[in-house]
Design a binder for this molecule. Structure first.
Ligand code: HEC
Length: 434
């Protein structure tokens, strides 16, 4: 992890400004910590929650009752997570050895410029966190996808290695999304989405008017208000109606720290959920490394800086493999003597390329002694039409998720919804920094 630390300190230099605290210098020992239990939710989609299978709770959930109204026992999260992760219900393909439960320590602070959210959790692996990402492997002729997350069918079948990045995500609302304060992230979790029941087929998506209009090839998180029938992804509203809901603030902010694709450049994603899991306008800190026309990668490693122009299968789980523009990336040379088994990164990173609303959030993550410590930095007072505006005195609904141990989609641990207050009464109270 030495290189990660170096890149982080480089990225942080640009972050200081007159009124903003340097997150590395905040005395977190003085900021109260709240332990938030996270559990493995499997396929507990919104549709399952409002069905008779959700014993005696279908009517209540449908009318918007709070999850915590019934799930209020001290060990509620532990029991639910342990049952589901073992495959007793709601999990058709249990992942061997996966934990059903995880404790997330949350601290929050703010000053005149930013909110600072600090998270700590123990990773399943005590030797090395999941900081790698699937790549492109040269098979002697073509560059093909290499590796995948643990719930991927080929990975489950042992045909591909399990490779994916750790992530820390939050969904946040300012009271404008109906029921988010009571039911949190489950409002966005539906049948038809990736790795969920009744997975939408390519053909169904291609034939769907909304998916065509927004040019999407699969179904991802969406809010009930984006559909005429909230439990049928096919019944999307028109883009005009969706634009009106968005303008009225009827979306949730989705902020994600990623161990491979954002952390090495001191960044945190900025996205939102309405009719799909969108990124904010502008340009992300990471971009695809595939030139789709030439069918070859865009960048390779600079051998002088990285020690080799490419990776091999052996490097995964051992070597830091972030491909960073301006640091260790050079344009791909098709005549560099590629051999079968050479692997290049699927994404390249660049803090300098990131722009617009997508580049609002910063952050750092350090892994030590089996634990991630992540600090997200979110500017106050954002006025973009795809951001929730944080301000002193504000109270927000917030849900937390951690992806741990080479997994994505439903393989995360999630929380029931909480409140975050910036100098205001809430479950998690952000402390005003001096
Ligand atoms: C009216 C009470 C009630 C409400 C409201 C409620 N639940 Fe439940 N939930 C239950 C009961 C009862 C069970 C079944 C427990 C059992 O069968 O052992 C259950 C089971 C579950 C399970 C399956 C886990 C298991 O071990 O069976 C999940 C996941 C779950 N609820 C999530 C939620 C979420 C998320 C919400 C809010 C959107 C919610 N529930 C709202 C009462 C409720």
């Amino acid at each position: 992890m030495k290189k990660t630390a170096l890149f982080l300190s480089l990225a942080l230099i640009g972050m200081g400004s007159a009124l903003a605290a340097d997150p590395a210098k905040i005395d977190w020992g003085k900021v109260p910590a709240v332990n938030v239990p996270l559990f493995y939710p499997g396929q507990s989609s919104y549709e399952w929650l409002i069905s008779d299978a959700h014993k005696g709770a279908a009517k209540e959930t449908k009318r918007g009752d709070a999850c915590a109204f019934c799930h209020d026992e001290p060990d509620a999260e532990k029991d639910i997570g342990n049952n589901i992760v073992a495959g007793k219900r709601l999990e058709p393909t249990p992942v061997k050895g996966k934990n059903g439960y995880l404790e997330l320590k949350v601290q929050a602070a703010f000053d005149d410029k930013n909110a600072y959210l600090r998270f700590q959790w123990a990773t399943k692996s005590k030797n090395r966190p999941s900081i790698d990402y699937p790549g492109y492997r040269f098979d002697g002729k073509e560059w093909k996808a290499y590796g995948g997350p643990q719930l991927n069918a080929d990975v489950l079948a042992g045909k591909k290695p399990a490779i994916y990045e750790d992530r820390m995500s939050i969904m946040l609302d300012d009271g404008k999304v109906p029921n988010f304060a009571k039911q949190g992230c489950w409002l966005t979790c539906h049948d038809g989405e990736r790795d969920m029941p009744k997975l939408a087929t390519k053909e169904e998506v291609a034939a769907n008017p909304l998916m065509k209009a927004i040019k999407r090839a699969d179904v991802r998180k969406y809010l009930p208000a984006s559909r005429n029938d909230p439990s049928d992804w096919k019944t999307g509203k028109t883009v005009e109606e969706l634009a009106r809901i968005k303008a009225e603030g009827g979306f949730v902010d989705l902020i994600q720290w990623r161990a491979h694709r954002t952390n090495p450049v001191g960044a945190v994603d900025d996205g939102y959920v309405l009719e799909w899991r969108n990124f904010d306008a502008g340009k992300n800190h990471f971009a695809s490394n595939m030139d789709n026309e030439k069918k070859q990668p865009k960048f390779m490693f600079d051998a002088a800086k990285f020690g080799a122009k490419a990776l091999t299968a052996d490097d995964f789980g051992k070597k830091d493999m972030f491909l960073i523009k301006g640091v260790n990336a050079v344009p791909f040379d098709p005549n560099a003597g590629w051999k079968e088994g050479d692997i290049l990164a699927q994404y390249y990173l660049s803090a300098a390329d990131a722009a617009g609303s997508a580049a609002d959030n910063k952050g750092t993550g350090v892994w030590k002694d089996g634990m991630w410590t992540v600090v997200m930095v979110r500017p106050l007072g954002l006025t973009n039409d795809d951001d929730k505006t944080l301000k002193a005195g504000g109270v927000y609904s917030i849900g937390f998720a951690v992806h741990d141990d080479n997994i994505t989609t439903r393989g995360h641990h999630v929380s029931f919804v909480r409140t975050l207050g910036l100098g205001a009464k809430a479950d998690i109270e952000a402390v005003k920094l001096p």
